[in-house]
Design a protein around this ligand. Sequence first.
Ligand code: ATP
Ligand code: ATP
Ligand code: MG
Ligand code: MG
Ligand code: MG
Ligand code: MG
Ligand code: MG
Length: 257
Amino acid sequence: MAKSEYTYVRDFERPDNLLPSTWLVVRIDGQGFSNFTKNHQFTKPNDIRALHLMNRAAKMVMESMVEIVLAYGESDEYSFVFSKKAKAYDRRASKIATLLVSKFTAAYVFYWSEFFADTPLKELPAFDGRVVEYPSDRIMRDYLCWRQVDCHINNMYNTCFWLLVNQGGMSQQDAEKRLKGTFAKDKHELLFSEFGVNYNNEPEIFKKGSVLLRSLVPIDMTDKDGNSIVREKKVVQIEHCDIIRDRFWREHPGILG
Ligand code: ATP
Ligand code: ATP
Ligand code: MG
Ligand code: MG
Ligand code: MG
Ligand code: MG
Ligand code: MG
């Protein structure tokens, strides 16, 4: 950068490097998506096109920021977990969060028409972002448990709510009253006895959210002499699995490193 008598103003910029050797988690969340989803006629409670679009944008982010080891998405939010060893942008919080959020938002707009072929974008989607340091594996895992439990609780509530409204003919206010103070057991019972719905058979992507991971997959290639060979390549893959229990972490030992 060129030097001048004005260069001193740079000293007003404060460092915001995050602690070394901690997990960094960036969570982004759609701004005003209660309105955005209405404006674009999302299916309630779960518009599958919108979930796939979120996943597509998150995959693009993960492919462009190689130190992300795992990402978890539900509703209008996504959490990106950076390795404890991540060095990107000298771990500067504002650089990491703003770049991630702008990449995600750009991808959301870029891929919109692939998932919403018949619905033009009527307003500009926006996402907020924050970055948090987690000092131990246990706390980082508890963070992910927190988000997956949130997904579960909200999805169960929303599934009941929209069945009461759309199939039960209730007003939104009455549906809210009907669900007030109910426990999971009551909601399972309501779904089954009033609508013949077994909650356990609902799609995994709704119940568990989406998990993006890097896995080695065999790729068929041709070598320089024209022979077919198989090489392993790291690609971002998606699952809709439980990330709370130990099993997930045993099956993916590479994440904790
Ligand atoms: P960083 O990620 O560190 O910002 P950078 O490559 O974006 O890396 P900058 O210092 O921001 O580096 O420089 C921006 C570059 O883009 C310069 O090379 C500049 O000449 C070029 N650039 C920006 N705007 C224009 C423009 N309107 N026309 C031509 N070149 C441009
Ligand atoms: P804020 O700006 O504070 O985040 P918000 O309106 O986005 O406000 P959230 O708590 O983030 O509030 O809620 C997201 C909203 O978007 C919820 O109403 C949720 O049901 C809706 N939503 C998100 N994804 C989908 C989807 N795939 N299908 C249908 N509705 C969705
Ligand atoms: Mg510049
Ligand atoms: Mg919010
Ligand atoms: Mg939101
Ligand atoms: Mg949200
Ligand atoms: Mg630049």
